[in-house]
Design a protein around this ligand. Sequence first.
Ligand code: HEM
Length: 363
Amino acid sequence: MKPSLVVTLALCHVPSSTLAYPGMAETLADIQARTQAGGSGSGTLEGRSTDLLGDLLSSVATAIGTTIAGILKGTASAVADAVTYKAPGALGSDACNKDKLCVWKYISDDLASSFNGCSDLARAAIRLGFHDAATWDKSSPYGGADGSIVLSGNAELGRLENRGLSPVAAFEKSIYDKYSPYGKPGMADIIQLAANVATVVCPGGPRIRTFAGRKDDSRAGPTGKLPSPVQSAEALIALFQAKTFTASDLVALLGAHSTSRQQFFDPSRAGLPQDSTPQTWDTRYYQETLSVPLDSRSIVVFPSDKNIATYQETKGTWNGFAGVGGQGRWARAYASAYFRMSMLGVTNMNNLYDITRVLPLPR
Ligand code: HEM
């Protein structure tokens, strides 16, 4: 549809049911809602992916499926409202057992107390969420956000790219075991909830909408799907595109390195952060990746990050996050892209349930 036609239709306030062509109503509604959500219609989430995933590709069959499809398509925001949940009773009480959200509230509080101050465990939990989910791409028959990084024992965790994740995997397995008597909360859900709790507990981090009910899988995910810190921009963009992310989504996701301290990429500089404020979810990472040399003794810049920061196709988005007003733009873009990450490989989105309210409020 030509932009001028969209504008004309929008100005006329034509009820969507009266539009002449099949599919046109949806297109117009999408654009209007995206604008309201601060999405690409208003320019703030320009270039984000709007692809559907999993079972939603064949049918958006339920109210929850419709909600998730809206977030994936950008017609609804991935950033949560400031609505919270109060447990109706003690863990294991009748009142708690009757409410699906109750056990999740106890889990969320437990995670938040270990992640406070954007702790080592918090930063690792964000990375664990990514590494569990990103074993999936469009060519994978299985893998994704399925808990396999913990449930497959050492088969997935023992891979080179997962070095450093054992302590957080053991911690999250202990949460899984502890709460298992209370309705068997799944490992995949705990991993994705933990990533979102960690993000919002790190000062400045967005509160990302969170769903539960994924299927767990103890098979180690497919190999060769995770990025390397020395890959070229072209290779990284292709790797993430195969997972339905755009190049702009990749730029937003990389901002997670704002809360990062590398140990294994360069052991001679173990413990050094990727920006000067590793306990804060801020855009200094975008600025300093551009300005700090690769051999700095205070900040370790990954060559992959530098490649994306300076690549023709991605440098505009990068500079947008690094510049004035970048924090809000990045928070929305990250929430949208990470929400997508948390749904990779999930094949029962029509049957998930919303647990966003159990998340802590932003710090
Ligand atoms: C081009 C893609 C990426 C590459 C090459 C990459 C690579 C790395 C490397 C090498 C480390 C340091 C590991 C170590 O030596 O200890 C790291 C840390 C980290 N990564 Fe990434 N990463 C990528 C994307 C992402 C994404 C998409 C996320 C999350 C959405 C993420 C979250 C993190 C976090 C939070 C840490 C810090 C963990 C900690 O401090 O314990 N990364 N990444």
